[in-house]
Design a binder for this molecule. Structure first.
Ligand SMILES: CC(C)(COP(=O)(O)OP(=O)(O)OC[C@H]1O[C@@H](n2cnc3c(N)ncnc32)[C@H](O)[C@@H]1OP(=O)(O)O)[C@@H](O)C(=O)NCCC(=O)NCCS
Length: 141
């Protein structure tokens, strides 16, 4: 944190969260996540975050982290050496209409049962989902 020397009030703060990342199967390494970055509105644009990031990056290196990652404001974080890596909170969207309702040979108005159903994943699906994830990740190496 950075505190006002006269009042003792905290005017800017951040923190470093140590995490384990895995890149490929079996390749696990330490990484540091700067988080909760904030400066009091009256004290912004004085480079206070930059000073704290210098300390965080040093601590992260001292802890043997191979990289730092941040889920922050892309343009702002570039100032501290970060580059866009992966989108966060993205996923695949499927529409109910894309789920085959009937066998492909069915005609309009056919009362044939649905050929596929949509349901929430259950613990029984974990093995299948994990295998699928491994298979897809392999293509990205
Ligand atoms: C973003 C924030 C932490 C910057 O704090 P700060 O102490 O002013 O940071 P610095 O002095 O190191 O840098 C300020 C610079 O960043 C720029 N900046 C601030 N917010 C920005 C944003 N959203 N996008 C792009 N640039 C931004 C300022 O324009 C300023 O640039 P300049 O001095 O060249 O004009 C502060 O505005 C804040 O607390 N915002 C609300 C919380 C937040 O968004 N936190 C970030 C989460 S990653």
């Amino acid at each position: 944190v950075i505190a006002d020397t006269k009042t003792g009030s905290i005017v800017s703060s951040t923190c470093l969260i140590p995490q384990k990342f895995s890149y490929e199967e079996g390749s696990v390494f330490g990484a540091g996540l700067p988080e909760l970055v904030g400066t009091h509105p009256d004290c912004r644009r004085r480079g206070l975050v930059g000073e704290q990031f210098e300390a965080l990056h040093r601590w992260s290196e001292e802890r043997g982290h191979l990289m730092q990652a941040i889920g922050g404001i892309p343009y702002y974080c570039r100032r501290f050496g970060y580059e866009m890596a992966v989108y966060m909170g993205k996923g695949r969207r499927s529409y109910a209409n894309d789920i085959p309702a009937k066998p492909s040979h069915a005609t309009e108005g056919d009362s044939a049962p649905r050929s596929h159903t949509l349901r929430p994943a259950s613990p029984n699906d974990v093995r299948f989902l994990a295998d699928l994830h491994q298979e897809v990740s392999r293509r990205l190496r």
